[in-house]
Design a protein around this ligand. Structure first.
Ligand code: PDD
Length: 319
């Protein structure tokens, strides 16, 4: 068993958004320090972006919405015709996540679990490799610090044309348009880029987008043009339960001036108010009441569903 000190790695730039530790990684059945985990140059994830990933929020060692993420993972694997490896089963995921979290000293407080599955290693050829080629399975954990200062102030965003393919419902590792969008936002001093396809707001570089118009919470329907976010689904459930008005109807470019509130929803975003869009204020330019109400409800639900219960800990207490 590898024990790590949890100290910061020397090679990471100091501008990295979160403190990064040399945590443990899981690669194809083996545990290793992440800094020494390596994959083949013939990995189809590296060569073609031929794989899927998931990111779970981890609170006190518990995977938030474990099953919903596993269902989305199963869906992505099925759509890409990658045979599900063992880690796609809840019991195996729990075992691996528990080990990674314990050995990386991340069983308390906030963390994330990253899981990537690619079509495996084979000489470069576009068609699938021979049946039986083992998928590559990689998982790791990170400390997570929720950006509460930014949430209190509200974030700025820009709009961009959505240039992605037409299967945004699959959580593939092909994220170049998302990378370019986020970089464009960063260079304009904004937190994120909201993408617009055929006049409709789809989602941001790494979160879903929701807005309030005439008191109704609006968000793009969960079709092939967006990733069906787990946080989005939880927020819609919480909003409906609270009797708030919700419509899975895209916000259009023409609707933008009518926005009373706007926010992002995602695993590493929670609910993040957007108070400026393309250098203009959204509504009164401060985090709105519906947005912050939903953030409070989400946070309370996260805390209660990840409260440590002796019978259901993701991280088994070592004997
Ligand atoms: N991103 N839309 C996109 C394009 C995303 O990449 C994500 C998540 C979401 C929100 O989905 P969820 O609520 O299930 O996290 C929507 C992850 C966090 C990432 O790429 O790091």
């Amino acid at each position: 068993m590898i024990h790590l000190s949890g100290g910061p790695t020397a090679t990471l730039p100091s501008s990295h958004p979160y403190p990064v530790f040399d945590v443990l990684a899981y690669l194809n059945g083996q545990y290793t320090a992440r800094s020494s985990a390596t994959i083949s140059v013939d990995d189809r994830g590296f060569v073609f972006g031929d794989g899927v990933y998931e990111v779970w929020r981890v609170i006190n060692g518990q995977l938030f919405e474990r099953e919903r993420h596993l269902s989305r993972l199963a869906y992505g694997l099925q759509e890409l015709r990658i045979a599900p490896p063992e880690i796609a089963r809840a019991s195996v995921l729990d075992e691996v996540a528990g080990h990674l979290l314990r050995e990386s000293n991340l069983t308390d407080g906030e963390a994330t679990l990253y899981l990537e599955i690619t079509r495996g290693v084979a000489p470069r050829a576009h068609a699938f490799p021979p049946a039986g080629t083992a998928p590559t399975v990689y998982a790791t954990v990170n400390r997570f610090l929720p950006p509460e200062d930014l949430r209190a102030r509200g974030a700025a965003a820009i709009t961009m044309r959505d240039v992605r393919w037409l299967r945004c419902d699959i959580k593939t590792v092909q994220l170049l348009p998302n990378v370019m969008a986020k970089q464009a936002a960063t260079e304009r001093g904004a937190t994120d880029a909201l993408m617009i396809r055929d006049g409709a707001l789809t989602e941001s570089s790494h979160a879903n987008v929701m807005g309030v118009i005439d008191g109704v919470i609006r968000t793009h329907p969960a079709n092939n043009l967006i990733l069906s976010g787990i946080t989005r689904a939880v927020i819609l459930d919480l909003a409906r339960d609270a009797g708030l008005r919700v419509a899975e109807q895209a916000i259009t470019e023409r609707d933008l001036p009518q926005l009373e509130e706007l926010f992002l929803a995602g695993t590493t975003t929670d609910v993040m108010p957007i108070v400026r869009l393309d250098d203009r204020p959204v509504g009164p330019g401060v985090p709105g009441p519906i947005t912050m109400n939903l953030f409070g409800k989400l946070r309370a639900y996260m805390n209660s569903s990840c409260s440590v219960r002796a019978d259901s800990r993701t991280v088994p207490t070592p004997a």
